[in-house]
Design a protein around this ligand. Structure first.
Ligand code: GRF
Length: 206
């Protein structure tokens, strides 16, 4: 069966991008990483993609921080269309996606967030969880909709929050789960096992 072509959009370190690339190295993984797009020429993700022979594109998305310009949304959509991309994965992409890219990839765009949504949306989900005093946090992979971290939830992995956690120690515990959760969600999508019912995601044969 033909593998789903995936474009990953990342602005920084790129460890989730790496996790997806490593997962896709397995023959049985139903998706292949076709493209890395970044808005940041010094993103770690960019260096990793180049070392691994993955197509890359640096797209000027306008002033940071901010959402993305209309023209950059068009440009990224075009890059994806040219490669027959069937799934767009946001992995630490520090932009609110809007415009053509969001419209064309509605239902085919995922994001990973370092908290158990709907708690602690937006920036610094780990710090928000620590400050709130929750006992359990984690990560969420969800479909992207026009809101910020509001789309239908596909996969969540929980981790305990320890009494002596710092933002760094909690972030590291969550990140280890992110690296499992994102490939899991991409696999489910690429196997065609996800169905939306309202804002609920039903997983076939679970
Ligand atoms: C991750 O914590 C992810 O959940 C959030 O941004 C961070 C990106 O990390 N959206 P990396 O660049 O994938 O290492």
């Amino acid at each position: 069966m033909k593998k789903t072509q995936v474009a990953v959009l990342a602005s920084g370190r790129g460890s989730n991008f790496e996790a997806l690339v490593r997962a896709s190295a397995d023959e049985s993984f139903p998706a292949s990483i076709a493209l890395l797009v970044t808005d940041n020429p010094s993103a770690g993700a960019l260096a990793f993609a180049r070392e691994h022979g993955i197509d890359t594109a640096v797209v000027d998305c306008g002033p940071r921080p901010g959402s993305m310009t209309r023209s950059s949304s068009e440009a990224i959509f075009e890059l994806c269309r040219m490669r027959d991309v069937g799934l767009v994965c946001l992995a630490g992409f520090m932009r609110i996606v809007k415009g053509r890219l969001l419209e064309e990839y509605a239902g085919r765009m995922l994001n990973i967030h370092p908290a158990l949504l709907p708690s602690f949306k937006g920036l610094h989900g780990q710090k928000q969880a620590l400050e709130y005093g929750v006992r359990v946090s984690g990560c969420t992979v969800h479909f992207v909709d026009p809101g910020i971290d509001t789309g239908p939830i596909i996969v969540q992995h929980a981790v305990p929050v320890m009494q002596d956690d710092t933002e760094d120690s909690l972030s590291a515990r969550i990140l280890a789960e992110e690296h499992r959760a994102y490939p899991e969600a991409v696999r489910l999508f690429a196997e065609g096992r996800l169905r939306l019912e309202g804002r609920k995601v039903l997983i076939q044969d679970e």
